[in-house]
Write a protein that binds this ligand. Sequence first.
Ligand SMILES: Cc1cc2nc3c(=O)[nH]c(=O)nc-3n(C[C@H](O)[C@H](O)[C@H](O)COP(=O)(O)OP(=O)(O)OC[C@H]3O[C@@H](n4cnc5c(N)ncnc54)[C@H](O)[C@@H]3O)c2cc1C
Length: 360
Amino acid sequence: MKHIAIIGGGIVGSTAAFYLAKNGHTVHLYDESTGQATKAAAGIISPWLSQRRNKVWYRLTANGAAFYQTLLKDLTQLGLSTDFYQQNGTLVFKKSEKLLQKITQLAQTRLQDDAMIGTLKQLDIPQLNALIPELHVSSQALFASGGALIDGRQFIKVLRQASAQFNFSLFEQRVALLDIMHKYDTILLAVGAWLPHLLHPLGFEVDVRAQKGQLFAAQLSNTQTDTYPVIMPQSEIDLLPFKHGKWVIGATHEDDMGFDLTVDLDVLERMKQEASIWLPELQHIDMTDIRVGTRAYTSDYTPFFGLVPTLPHVYVASGLGASGLTSGPYIAYLLSQLINGQSVTLDLEPYSPKRYIHQL
Ligand SMILES: Cc1cc2nc3c(=O)[nH]c(=O)nc-3n(C[C@H](O)[C@H](O)[C@H](O)COP(=O)(O)OP(=O)(O)OC[C@H]3O[C@@H](n4cnc5c(N)ncnc54)[C@H](O)[C@@H]3O)c2cc1C
């Protein structure tokens, strides 16, 4: 059994820690946590209704959404609560009937390979009013029953409780790769947007950039939201109904802000105004639980994971972008299989770190 260090305790590092510790390895997880994307994230798990044409990205996120069923089972078997995950479906709105037909056809095609999409149906305005009375709608929408949402912070807590049942230690501190490089059999770098900081001192150039994301929550008066689907209007904002009337509204995608974590109330207020068109009660309600985090993007928007070129005992995952809650656990699981010396079913070549990490 190996002595393994994981640097970074977001969704990738924490899931990998769980599976590696469960497999009998000794796992040390180092996590500094400032700016962590996972704990700031909105929580949507619904890749099938995206019109992105990147097939490599789609395969990973669609497999990732389906992988949650395995993970939930694995956690339940250990006696842990999985109420960080709610599967009530997704509602997608489009700007015209034609665009709605187009996304419906795309979803129907994807359903042939991805049964997790679940039932697909178009809902008209009266049906939408009956489903979510506080939602102001002026057009029909596509409903996919497989859509889900998760509470990223709660999920991390559960993963750590699960890992603690095995040979696992958490160190809440920043570490440099050079300082621990020779102390472990295997190291996994799961540091999201901070990967260039970790690899530059070893002479690597990394194609990962940081993007700032902000969101907020609000408590609305109707607390019967436990069965509501996630709402995706065709705009930058999404509306996520958590239990007991808590809504999360987000998120911004702010390039050129680096690792800035300042709360920008002007930006949030604009987002709130836009969301109020859909949830009019929001106009009279204060924002709570404002969160700011840093996403990691590669230049072609595709995540990568596997061995760091020329470092045979150092694995890496980064570039998960705006869908890392969806793909992250699956990527971590695949990495744990690679570290165990097992074969994996997915073709990993399109996700090779060699495409994004180069020695200077
Ligand atoms: C506002 C917002 C909304 C989002 N909404 C969604 C969504 O609805 N659905 C979805 O699928 N995805 C969403 N995402 C994207 C998703 O959150 C990320 O892609 C995912 O969480 C990335 O996980 P990660 O483990 O790679 O990185 P992170 O979660 O960023 O974790 C990296 C960790 O490494 C730590 N670290 C860095 N350097 C060091 C070091 N030297 N030593 C120790 N620790 C270190 C950091 O502090 C951090 O805790 C959202 C992101 C944001 C910011």
